[in-house]
Design a protein around this ligand. Structure first.
Ligand SMILES: Nc1ncnc2c1ncn2[C@@H]1O[C@H](COP(=O)(O)OP(=O)(O)O)[C@@H](O)[C@H]1O
Ligand SMILES: [Mg+2]
Length: 367
């Protein structure tokens, strides 16, 4: 069991700062995912929690007690890496035992923990094998087993599934989710894959260039991205972002898009003055073909079966993507009207932060 707290955590390599003051609470027993593009500082942050990297300043606490000065082994956290880091000359069983024997645990206790981990991960039949005799998925299970036998307060995963093929990745994703349910331990999981973040996390932490952009549940981040970075990063295909201006007339607010289409809004409170530049976001899956003054020209379609991705462009030449359920009749050259429904509209000011968020998004988003 572990609650983890980060306070103003910074990291510099030589004089180059890569983590710029992270404040974060990780609730005991939660599955927290750090997600962000390559190089944004996910591994560095996780490695500081594990004790593999010193913090330059700030504090890390586990269950209230400061741990940033402790050796990795004294923190009670177990880390699983993308490269499985198994000892090639040892059997699977020896790999699982190794850390425990070093801790001088009684033989019986070691055997019991190894047996339990092997059973949880269903790798009993692999115990006698060498790592070179394992598939990628089996190796990753052994690497996870090596973390489980330590009975850590928290598990730290750094892109553990990235070396697996797509099918196995999806399977292991499911296995890790059930492992989390079964153990109830705090898990912190690093990935650059937004689908892993959306499907696995209780809490997602979106990182960008060493800073937190937003923290929230997957649904909150999808439905209420706090800024353009999160809006672009979560969701595939990515959100359409249309430039325009605010037009105020009495109490009525209209977004005048750059292609000349007015989008009147009824339920939004926006603190921007008449004429202020604004970005209107609408996800491809919320852009509905039907009755509208807003029209786009189709460039091509991708028919996936369950849905069709329609690649189009606006009058301004700016790209616009529509995701339509099932198989679309739209084809290149068509001009189609697209309804922009207010509950699904996201608005961002010039600095890229959200304005006029809808307070009642749950009723629009949730079935
Ligand atoms: N040991 C190191 N020395 C110098 N710079 C490093 C070191 N480790 C990471 N960095 C830099 O810190 C930044 C964050 O890296 P990292 O945490 O590995 O990102 P991510 O895991 O999100 O891809 C990158 O700019 C990277 O080049
Ligand atoms: Mg990394």
């Amino acid at each position: 069991m572990a609650e983890i707290e980060l306070k103003s955590v910074r990291k510099a390599f030589q004089s180059f700062e890569v983590i710029h003051g992270i404040d974060l609470s990780i609730v005991d027993g939660s599955f927290t995912v750090f997600v962000g593009p390559s190089g944004c500082g996910k591994s560095t942050l996780l490695r500081m929690m594990a004790g593999l990297e010193e913090v330059t300043s700030g504090e890390i606490r586990i269950d209230g007690a400061r741990c940033d000065h402790l050796l990795p082994s004294a923190r009670g956290m177990a880390m699983v890496f993308q490269s499985y880091a198994l000892y090639p000359h040892m059997s699977v069983e020896q790999n699982l035992k190794f850390g425990l024997e070093n801790q001088k645990l009684p033989k019986q206790e070691v055997a019991a923990r190894v047996a339990k981990a092997a059973s949880i991960l269903q790798i009993e039949h692999l115990l006698a094998r060498r790592p070179s005799q394992l598939s990628g998925g089996q190796s990753q299970r052994v690497a996870i087993g090596r973390a489980i036998v330590k009975e850590p307060k928290a598990f730290l995963f750094d892109e553990p599934l990235s070396n697996l093929d797509a099918e196995l990745r999806i399977k292991m994703r499911g296995e890790l989710i059930s492992l989390h349910k079964r153990l109830g331990s705090t898990m912190v999981y690093v990935t650059h894959d937004q689908v892993e973040a959306m499907t696995m996390a209780d809490q997602i932490v979106v990182l960008n260039e060493g800073r937190i952009e937003q923290v929230g549940s997957p649904i909150e981040l999808y439905a209420q991205p706090a800024n353009l970075f999160v809006a672009r990063f979560l969701g595939a295909p990515p959100m359409n972002l249309l430039k325009g201006k605010v037009v105020r007339s009495g109490n009525q607010i209209t977004i005048m898009l750059d292609d000349g289409t007015p989008v009147p809004l009824r339920d939004r409170m926006i603190d921007l003055s008449d004429g202020a530049p604004i970005t209107l976001g609408i996800r491809p899956e919320h852009a509905e073909i039907g009755e509208s003054a807003f029209k786009v020209g189709v460039n091509g379609t991708e028919i996936l079966g369950a849905e069709t991705i329609i690649h189009a462009e606006m009058g301004t030449g700016y790209p616009f993507t529509i995701a339509q359920r099932g198989i679309s009749r739209a084809k290149a050259g068509d001009v189609i009207p697209v309804a922009i429904r207010e509950p699904f509209v996201h608005l961002f000011d010039e600095s890229g932060w959200v304005v006029g968020a809808s307070s009642d998004w749950r009723s629009a988003y949730m079935n």
